[in-house]
Design a protein around this ligand. Structure first.
Ligand code: S3P
Length: 184
């Protein structure tokens, strides 16, 4: 049974890396935000608008408990998932957790280019965005750092680098080329 969970700030590339890693290892891929949207037939932005962040975090925790029990999967969490309730401890008991670490300036660049509507950063100017990322990343870092593995993905900006990152990730997780991953 294999279970790999990717965590990290918005814009770090959790979904891009997770999807590619799952393909590479022949595992199913889940993105927690997409799973929430599918189960609730609405968008994360709409949930924030209707129930506020507190309401979203409750839903997020409940959905995490559903999806994190699946076997033979790579799961990408939302940027805030590890920082609420006992979500990080819960994940560490179930899976190989990996923190995709990324520099604030790179996160800001990815988020500016991104098409997904992210309620927490909506309407911010470039300066406000960078200041917000720096401040909230500092608060989140202690939670992210509880992951069993850390991988710096600050240089993840083209397909070749994604492939290199997957290779590094497999090394970090102790997965040899062509072999099934060893997980808890
Ligand atoms: C959030 C990150 C988002 C999404 C929600 C809140 C956060 O996921 O869960 O908008 O608190 O950082 P991504 O990290 O996939 O953008």
């Amino acid at each position: 049974m294999k279970r790999i969970v990717l965590i990290g700030y918005m814009g770090a590339g959790k979904t891009t890396v997770g999807r590619q890693l799952a393909l590479d290892l022949g595992l199913n891929f889940y993105d927690l935000d997409w799973y929430i949207e599918m189960r609730y037939h609405t968008t994360v932005a709409q949930i924030f608008a209707e129930k506020g962040e507190e309401g979203f975090r409750e839903i997020e925790r409940n959905m995490l408990h559903e999806v994190a029990e699946f076997e033979d999967v790579v799961l990408s969490c939302g940027g805030g998932t590890p920082c609420f309730f006992d979500n990080m401890e819960y994940l560490n008991t179930l899976a190989e957790t990996v923190y995709l670490k990324c520099a604030p300036e790179v996160l800001a660049m990815h988020l500016k280019m991104g098409k997904v509507e992210r309620p927490l950063i909506k309407g911010k100017s470039d300066e406000e965005l960078l200041a917000y990322i720096k401040e909230s990343l500092a608060k989140r870092e202690p939670y992210y750092s509880k992951a069993k593995h850390v991988l710096d993905v600050s240089l993840l900006d083209n397909y070749e680098k994604i492939k290199t990152t997957i290779k590094l990730l497999k090394d970090t997780l102790g997965i040899e080329e062509g072999k099934a991953p060893l997980c808890s």
